[in-house]
Design a binder for this molecule. Structure first.
Ligand SMILES: NC(=O)c1ccc[n+]([C@@H]2O[C@H](COP(=O)([O-])OP(=O)(O)OC[C@H]3O[C@@H](n4cnc5c(N)ncnc54)[C@H](OP(=O)(O)O)[C@@H]3O)[C@@H](O)[C@H]2O)c1
Length: 358
């Protein structure tokens, strides 16, 4: 049984954005809780995973109302009630996705759906409050004011404690935070976004916005659905693996097995070999120590995977190896980014260069 000294770094709790909430730097993702989607785990495996994570000092669970059709929330609710651990765990869940395709208000980010969705999550989680309530995905239509005011009222009602935004454009989250500041509403504590060595696009807009506006970032799919563990090759997919099961899926999240991503994985494997750590640990260490990151949401379908992943913070990446990882995974910087580079900024700031803030 692990204790708080088993995984160095896991109990170095971090403040979530500009809030007073403390979370472990590795959050337990639970999208794999339940076998409904064909690539998850059964209840006993998930209980072993939760036991291990909590005994080691982790304190942060991430779920969503629609994961495995509600099974993920139900498994967490049963487990926390039986173990009497509810108050020691920061429980985060999400709303947005439809519960009934025939009913246009059973999904989306309108007030009617949010008010219904929160009651469903509270019931499945067997709790009377949610620590962190995420908008799961921008719905393209609901005004930001409606979303933020509804969430603020849920905080006042004691049903939720903190607010987070997942999978939104950067302009949207900037407007949400600015409105909250001006109206005196509860602010956005955190962002949940895809971020890994193969998906670094949030570095362009979202990371600078989060740093400026006081929101912590919690990356999802930090191993690119398992690709960055090195278990896939350009020609083969292991039978018992997510990207094998999802190869026909239309969901772009699973379209990871492309040449560019294998080039990046090759460097991860080389760095891992040189350091004597697993590729998963190298990839998780890299993302967790990037600017703006508070807590990386790890996924594990087996206890052995969790054990591997929780070891990710036990070492520092040497600068020259970090530089190799950065170079091979550098994202494209489209317009207007060329205007923020030295030739043009030099023409703005003159001989003194760009001033740095103290
Ligand atoms: N907000 C959003 O839109 C959003 C989207 C996606 C995820 N999330 C959250 O983020 C969490 C993590 O996302 P993710 O599951 O995609 O993370 P991930 O780390 O990219 O992928 C996890 C999967 O990789 C494989 N794996 C993990 N560790 C391994 C290891 N050490 N060795 C070999 N294989 C390993 C396992 O799949 P197999 O064994 O089946 O190959 C595991 O289920 C989710 O649980 C969820 O809470 C949020």
């Amino acid at each position: 049984m692990p204790d708080h000294s088993t995984y160095p770094g896991l109990t170095s709790y971090r403040l979530l954005g500009r809030s007073g909430l403390r979370v472990s730097p590795l959050c337990l993702g639970t999208m794999t809780f339940g076998t409904e989607w064909g690539w998850g785990a059964d209840e006993q495996t998930n209980r072993d995973i939760m036991d291990h994570y909590l005994d080691a000092g982790g304190n942060f669970f991430d779920t969503a109302d629609r994961y495995t059709g509600g099974t993920s929330e139900e498994m967490i609710g049963r487990y926390l009630a039986e173990r009497g651990k509810r108050h020691e765990v920061v429980v985060a869940t999400k709303f947005t996705f439809s519960h009934n395709p025939a009913d246009p208000n059973s999904g989306g980010n309108g007030r009617k759906h949010i008010m219904d969705a929160v009651e469903g999550s509270l019931r499945r989680l067997q709790t009377d409050y949610i620590d962190l309530y995420w908008l799961h995905c921008w719905d393209l239509v609901t005004p930001v004011e409606e979303v933020m005011q509804t969430l603020d009222r849920l905080v006042t009602a004691g049903k939720i404690r903190y607010i987070g935004l997942s999978d939104t454009p950067a302009w949207y989250l900037s407007r949400a935070q600015t409105l909250a500041e001006w109206h005196g509403w509860a602010k956005v504590a955190a962002l949940q976004l895809e971020y890994s060595l193969v998906e670094r696009n949030i570095e362009l807009e979202h990371v600078p916005a989060a740093l400026e506006l006081g929101m912590g970032i919690t990356p999802w799919s930090p191993l690119a659905s398992g690709l960055l563990t090195g278990k896939y090759s350009r020609t083969e997919k292991p039978e018992d693996s997510r990207l094998k099961v999802t190869e026909e899926s239309p969901n772009p999240v699973f379209h990871k097995l492309i040449d560019r991503n294998f080039d990046i994985t090759d460097v991860v494997l080389a760095v891992a070999k040189e350091l004597g750590h697993s590729p998963a640990q190298v990839a998780l260490n890299w993302v967790t120590n990037r600017p703006g990151i508070t807590s990386t949401i790890i996924g594990a379908r087996k206890l052995s995977q969790l054990e591997d992943n929780l070891g990710a913070l036990s070492f520092s990446l040497p600068i020259e190896m970090e530089a190799k990882l950065n170079a091979v995974s550098e994202p494209a910087r489209p317009f207007p980014w060329m205007f923020f580079t030295p030739p043009i900024q030099g023409a703005i700031h003159g001989d003194h260069g760009v001033p740095s803030r103290p």
